[in-house]
Design a protein. Structure first.
Length: 108
């Protein structure tokens, strides 16, 4: 089985959000192989270690979220440390790392 290397701002071993993000990328690949035409179940990428919430999203929308390396997909209202809400839909939120809750860039 081939392993995939990820070079993103999230790399930091054991990070729950990154682990969920990697799992979601594998789910998206499999959904494409199976030619899904409806929404796909994805894992919430929030910071809560016990979260097992499923987010339903169309593959096209998922790929749009993934165009940015600092975007995370969460269930509505779920939070990610160091990330602010960018987009809210009825099914999911998109949170962006490196922004405070008021949308301003944090200094690195």
């Amino acid at each position: 089985m081939a392993m995939r290397a990820y070079n993103t701002p999230f790399d930091g071993g054991g990070n729950r959000a990154m682990d969920a993000r990697k799992a979601n990328d594998r789910i998206a690949e499999k959904a494409e192989q199976l030619r899904f035409v409806s929404r796909v179940p994805m894992l919430c990428e929030c910071s809560e270690p016990a979260c097992r919430t499923i987010v339903m999203i169309a593959l096209g929308d998922y790929h749009a979220v993934r165009q940015s390396d600092d975007a995370l997909l969460t269930a509505p209202g779920h939070r990610v440390g160091g990330a602010a809400l960018e987009t809210r839909t009825s099914n999911y939120d998109v949170r962006r790392l490196g922004r405070s809750d008021d949308g301003d860039r944090r200094s690195a």
